[in-house]
Design a protein around this ligand. Structure first.
Ligand code: GDP
Ligand code: MG
Length: 441
């Protein structure tokens, strides 16, 4: 995809006269590429119409950077299409919410329920899982196994065949136990069948969920719109989670799901494991959709904000891909100073949303300072190691003692380190373009 779009834009910038014909050719090329990424035909056509309204041919002809203008217009349009205009219902910690998951069989509901519960549990919530899938044999066992692994309370039955009854019993029980996030996993079918939708409707009516999340497999292709719409027509879908983004699919179906449900994407699934789950971030997602690579904006930013003399060192570290605790320390230091590098670091996917959530800067800063105090109690060997296993239990205890913090907090910091190291490692072997060498798309 990236290739054909860059080719289209390249052709355009080679053309001496930028007229409507050239712009059309270029947009047609982009259209073909987006269709290959599973973006629905109607959406692509709408986008094309909007772009034509936005892009001013006179601007293009006047020698402005044409590629940049079109690139930016396409990028912005796609971002806009992923924003339904209103946020989804957001559960509040300490206040009971019921969240129901729906989607076809195999889309990743059960896995995602656990990820969602685990994500909140790590932030101090009291989640619980209810298995209302009585359709598939083994469904309860699967949920039970996941829940046990994550130490999350669960409810279900091997005997009862009425999903509504189980759902109601489970929700009641966990309300009594003061759980603040009661998650109801439901069954799916291979196809969109009347029986499935009737069941969804009944479970929803009986449990009165505060939020219904539609789970969609990113690889379903052009079927996304109809599927999302079918679910929306039976239950009040309020948010979307797209799974299997670690696979080949670029996830263009997400645009369809947003359009069909008028609900935002809130998380994406990036693997089979419990922690392979990310808060949805529009810009990196669109970059990926366009084949721009997650890092092109990032590299632009580096050249823009990092002083020239500091660039080689930072870029060298990035391309080596080895994220040590010392690098983390330095990054936190510049984040706290809000220096230029912090702007770069916070653009890494998963860093700004998780480490420095908007509106909670004070809290986050205190956390970073706490982490740095603990790192101050580490030896050079520990700070420069690329093997987190080095910091074993006895070292953690020593670090905790030395910094006057709890071992639990050292463990928490190491988890954060591992998460950031994983993000950072994606930079490994990256060919670093010099300033001005960035390709457009
Ligand atoms: P359900 O039928 O909707 O409940 O789907 P499951 O949760 O049972 O998931 C179906 C399969 O997809 C399982 O093998 C999961 O491990 C796998 N799966 C779910 N989410 C992801 C993901 O984000 N990435 C990958 N690679 N696999 C996933
Ligand atoms: Mg399931």
């Amino acid at each position: 995809l990236g290739g054909s779009i860059s080719r289209a834009l390249q052709q355009m910038s080679n053309a001496t006269v930028i007229d409507e014909k050239v712009l059309n050719e270029c947009l047609n090329e982009i259209t073909r590429a987006l269709l290959q990424s599973d973006v629905q035909f109607k959406l692509v056509r709408d986008m094309q119409t909007n772009i034509k309204k936005i892009v001013n041919l006179d601007d293009l002809a006047a020698g402005h950077n044409k590629r940049k203008i079109i690139q930016q217009a396409v990028f912005n349009e796609l971002c806009k299409m992923l924003d339904p205009g209103k946020p989804s219902f957001t559960p509040k910690k300490g206040k009971t919410s019921v969240v129901m998951f729906v989607g076809l069989q195999g889309s990743g509901k059960t896995t995602t329920c656990t990820k969602y519960a685990y994500y909140h549990q790590k932030k101090g919530w009291k989640p619980a899982l209810v298995c209302a899938d009585t359709f598939r044999a083994g469904a309860f066992d699967q949920l039970k196994q996941n829940a046990t692994k994550a130490k999350i309370p669960f409810y279900g039955s091997y005997m009862e065949s009425d999903p509504v009854k189980i759902a109601v019993e489970g929700v009641e029980r966990f309300k009594k136990e003061n759980c603040d996030l009661i998650i109801v996993d439901t069954s799916g079918r291979h196809k969109q069948e009347a029986a499935l939708f009737e069941e969804m409707r009944q479970v929803s009516e009986a449990t009165k969920p505060d939020l219904v999340i539609f789970v969609m497999d990113s690889s379903i292709g052009q079927a996304a719109f109809d599927q999302a719409q079918a679910f929306k027509q039976s239950v009040a879908v309020g948010a979307v989670i797209v799974t299997k983004m670690d696979g080949h699919a670029k996830g263009g179906g997400a645009l369809s799901a947003v359009a069909a449900t008028k609900s935002p994407v809130i998380f994406i699934g990036t693997g089979e494991h419990m922690d392979e789950f990310e808060v949805f971030d529009v810009k990196p997602f669109v970059s990926r959709l366009l084949g721009m690579g997650d890092w092109s904006g990032f590299m632009d930013k580096i050249h823009e904000v990092v002083p020239m003399d500091q660039q080689p060192e930072l870029l060298q570290k990035l391309s080596e891909g080895n994220f040590t605790l010392r690098i983390m320390y330095e990054q936190f230091q510049s984040l706290l100073k809000m220096g230029p590098i912090s702007q770069v670091f916070s653009m890494l996917p998963g860093v700004s949303a998780e480490l420095m959530p908007k509106g909670r800067e004070k809290e986050s800063q205190a956390k970073l300072k706490r982490y740095m105090t603990m790192m101050d109690s580490m030896t050079d060997e520990e700070l420069d190691s690329t093997n987190p296993k080095l910091i074993n239990e006895s070292r953690m205890m020593r670090i905790a003692r030395g910094s006057g913090r709890r071992v639990q907090e050292v463990m928490e910091m190491m988890e954060e380190y591992k998460r950031l190291a994983k993000v950072w490692s994606k930079m490994k072997g990256l060919k670093i373009p010099k300033k001005g060498e960035m390709s457009a798309l």
